[in-house]
Design a protein around this ligand. Structure first.
Ligand code: 7HP
Length: 174
């Protein structure tokens, strides 16, 4: 069935303003640390990472990781389908997510990346669905807390629907 966006949750202006605030907080925290490696989780983070990375005023490098959920898995198991290119040992890593829902993906990524001995790992999510989060994961920078609704736009999708909308809207998934 054709999907429709039921309403706007965050406008372009609201997103731009909040991303600016996040960029300032991150820049302040990392200013004395040298280079930070921003690791965007595909596909959802691609627009957020592009905007956030350009608003930072510190030395930074961009990498991407792609993950996929195991088909039919109820455990929240995920696997990596594309890894970072560079070595992160001794580097300051900031994982950049579009949304933290159950938190299982983030937990898995933190585990894997920690085993590579970075100098530090922090996490940044544009959106956090706190009611849905089951994994015990730290989110150091959150753009907006949201409720348990399905959102699309600004990189987020429902089966690819809505991914490139410039704002974040709510849909009825079924
Ligand atoms: C993943 C995801 N992707 C898009 N919209 C949402 O609301 C989502 N929750 N978890």
């Amino acid at each position: 069935m054709q999907k429709v966006v039921r309403g706007t949750l965050f406008s372009e202006e609201q997103i731009e303003h909040r991303v600016g605030e996040l960029a300032r907080a991150i820049s302040d925290d990392y200013r004395d640390k040298g280079n930070v490696v921003l690791i965007g989780i595909l596909k959802g983070s691609f627009i957020f990472l592009a905007d956030l990375s350009r608003k930072l005023d510190i030395d930074r490098t961009v990498e991407f990781i792609a993950v996929s959920s195991y088909q039919g898995a109820t455990s929240g198991a995920v696997r990596m389908i594309m890894d970072v290119r560079g070595d992160i040992a001794g580097r300051h890593v900031l994982i950049v997510e579009d949304i933290v829902d159950t938190g299982n993906t983030l937990k898995y990524l933190i585990q894997i990346l920690k085993s590579r001995n970075p100098a530090s790992i922090k996490t940044c999510a544009l959106l956090h669905k706190a009611e849905a989060t089951v994994a015990d994961v730290p989110i150091d920078y959150v753009g907006f807390p949201i409720g348990n609704e399905w959102v699309v736009g600004y990189g987020l999708d429902y089966d690819e629907f809505g991914r490139t909308l410039p704002y974040i809207g709510v849909i009825d998934p079924d």
